[in-house]
Design a protein around this ligand. Structure first.
Ligand SMILES: Nc1ncnc2c1ncn2[C@@H]1O[C@H](COP(=O)(O)OP(=O)(O)OP(=O)(O)O)[C@@H](O)[C@H]1O
Length: 251
């Protein structure tokens, strides 16, 4: 539920220029997929958006307010689940309210009624309401990732970021988890940016696409504009050979 404006964003790590003069705007509620080869700058862009990395130059604003560090209303889903294995799915989801509750209270589940309702609603969104009491360690990788999504939703974010959220899952689980992320974003009209390696998944779930190469934004457009030639431009020919023959693609 936020408008994002990225202006002339650059980031260098010593001699490595991870982002080069990247600019774009995302209107409220759009679902954006970031594509690019390994090292193209996708994670750096997401880390700048969640305030964990300071850009070398340029700026990012959310609803006209410049990002200067981590914010409670920006949630991130990672490739690794980072969930607490000994805790139930419900307990893990509740930790998303940490920004509103002390960690101790959250661990003891002394949360407000609203937080508990938010946790149950989020578990419902990711199809895990019936498994709310199940210990996370007993769950599959895909279920654990859905718990991670629920936790991000309990944070009540205005901006949802996902860095390779399905990279460690098998193709069927990856598709299912992407579906849950998309549904969660649609239900809550959440502005979302997700980086993905799998071009086919990106085309299935993305609304708008940002293509990155060597730290530059080389494509910004919607599904109908994401042609094979554009994918060639982002990845080179190897990727698209498999797309043409209809195979699953992993960048
Ligand atoms: N903390 C860091 N220190 C030094 N160099 C870094 C750091 N983080 C990223 N880089 C470099 O910046 C460039 C962009 O990296 P980034 O992780 O943003 O790319 P990416 O597109 O997310 O790649 P991947 O898909 O492999 O995660 C790469 O050359 C990478 O080696």
């Amino acid at each position: 539920m936020s408008t994002i404006k990225v202006e002339n964003l650059s980031k260098s790590y010593g001699d490595v220029q991870a982002l080069r003069d990247v600019s774009f705007e995302i209107p409220d509620g759009e679902f954006v997929v970031i594509l690019g080869e390994s090292g193209a700058g996708k994670s750096t862009l997401l880390r700048c958006l969640n305030g964990l990395t300071q850009p070398t130059s340029g700026s990012i604003s959310i609803d006209a307010e410049e990002i200067t560090g981590p914010r409670d209303d920006v949630a991130m889903i990672f490739q690794q689940h980072y969930i607490i294995e000994q805790m139930s799915a419900y307990g893990n989801a509740l930790t998303g309210s940490l920004n509103r509750t002390s960690f101790g209270r959250s661990l003891l589940q002394w949360n407000d009624r609203e937080d508990k309702l938010a946790a149950l609603e989020a578990l419902d969104t990711v199809g895990l309401l019936d498994e709310a009491g199940q210990q996370a360690s007993q769950m599959s990788g895909g279920q654990q990732q859905r718990v991670g999504i629920a936790r991000a939703l309990v944070q009540l974010p205005n901006l949802l970021l996902a860095d390779e959220p399905v990279a460690s899952l098998d193709p069927a689980s990856a598709e299912s988890v992407m579906g849950y992320i998309r549904d969660a974003a649609d239900e809550r009209n959440l502005t979302t940016l997700a980086s993905l390696h799998q071009v086919n998944l990106a085309r299935e779930f993305g609304e708008r696409f940002l293509g990155m190469k060597d730290g530059r934004l080389v494509f910004d457009g919607y599904r109908e504009d994401l042609t094979i030639d554009v994918i060639d431009q982002i990845y080179g020919d190897i990727q698209t050979e498999s797309i043409r023959s209809g195979q699953e693609v992993d960048a």
